[in-house]
Design a protein around this ligand. Structure first.
Ligand code: NAP
Ligand code: 8YV
Length: 307
């Protein structure tokens, strides 16, 4: 284990395996040289990059079990080349992340974060009612970029909120939502863009200035996928000059650093990557990490492999 993880993973691994805690080493290089050749599995929470160079220090490595659906900190190509299976934690967090996404959407459209700040600042008795919001959620057109497990869970919620739903993926799915073959086409047709695609090179800056312009002045962007999907500087400019209305963000390009410009803007809702961050959900994710390791070493197949 390269860095500290959820207690369920630490305990689960300690009970079943001989756990090497790399972060406790005074001399990491020496520990890797001494214990690396014995290591058969890695449990990781994504704090540390798992690249080919590190894999080469673990010549008997069979499995990398990632805590989280997104596994962008693991070089899966390098793992596959070395015959190492990579697992993630899909499914168990869909509802939690979808709830977080809806909270960002509702807060962004109805300015609920600003309204709360208004009350806390004592402005209600002094200045009267908070101004009416220009927009409302019911009737908005939602475009989901990445209609996968979490994206579909968000789509179901959005329908209940009276929104129409469309999506853009690389491939069309058998779902009752309109498919847009290109992101630009979708952005031009909807007013609310929900980003739920994975990070990595294939999705880097997919949402750029052109997409934001296409979304238009009533446009709301919500990102619960990965920060790298959005050109953050283009987003800041679009929020500043009214190209779009507002943004609700759970993920950022360089976490945990969030650009001061985003913090200073009134039309942003900013969460510190808490999409799945409840105790029950994180526990389920931890249990799935341990289950992947356990079944791999018991049966030779993992529960939720990605390669
Ligand atoms: P999933 O089921 O694999 O869905 C991902 C969707 O994205 C798929 O429908 C896929 O469809 C689409 N997609 C992938 N690459 C694309 C591309 N280049 N262009 C357009 N569409 C693309 O994954 P999930 O379980 O829903 O999770 C999605 C992501 O959410 C994770 O990878 C992670 O980054 C993020 N996440 C964030 C949090 C949080 O706390 N904020 C929590 C969990 C997950 P096609 O393959 O057809 O393109
Ligand atoms: C976690 C996530 O915050 O699952 C993911 O992809 O982004 C979140 O659930 C993260 O994985 C915790 O390390």
């Amino acid at each position: 284990m390269p860095a500290p993880m959820h207690e369920v993973v630490i305990k689960g691994c300690e009970e079943r395996f001989d756990l090497v805690k790399l972060w406790l080493a005074d001399d990491e290089d020496a520990l890797l040289a001494e214990r690396g050749p014995e290591v058969l599995g890695v449990a990781t929470g994504g704090q540390r990059k798992l690249d080919g160079a590190l894999m080469d220090r673990l010549p008997k490595l069979q499995i990398i079990a990632n805590f989280g659906v997104g596994y962008d900190s693991v070089d899966v190509t390098a793992a596959t080349e070395r015959g190492i299976v990579v697992t993630n934690t899909p499914g168990v967090l869909d509802n939690e992340v979808a709830d977080t996404a809806m909270a960002l959407l509702l807060m962004s459209v109805r300015e609920l974060n600003r309204a709360e700040r208004y009350l806390r600042a004592g402005r209600w008795p002094a200045e009267g009612a908070y101004p009416l919001t220009a927009s409302t959620v019911e009737g908005r057109k939602l475009g989901v970029l990445g209609l996968g497990r979490i994206g579909e869970t968000i789509a179901q919620r959005a329908e209940l909120f009276g929104m129409t739903v469309g999506y853009h993926n690389r491939s069309q799915k058998d779902v009752p939502y309109r498919y847009y073959p290109t992101l630009l086409e979708m952005a031009a047709d909807v007013d609310t863009l929900m980003i739920v695609v994975p990070g990595g090179a294939a999705t880097h800056h997919l949402v750029d200035a052109e997409v934001l312009r296409a979304l238009g002045p009533d446009g709301v962007v919500v990102n619960v996928g990965r920060g790298t999907v959005v050109d953050e500087q283009a987003l800041i400019a679009a929020l500043r000059d009214g190209t779009i209305r507002s943004a609700g963000l759970d993920v950022f390009e360089d976490e945990p650093r969030v650009p001061q410009e985003l913090i200073d803007l009134e039309n942003t809702v900013l969460f510190p990557h808490v999409g799945s961050a409840s105790k029950p959900t994180r526990r389920r994710m931890g249990e799935l990490v341990v289950a992947n390791l356990e079944t791999w070493f018991e049966t030779g197949s993992a529960r939720t492999p990605v390669n």
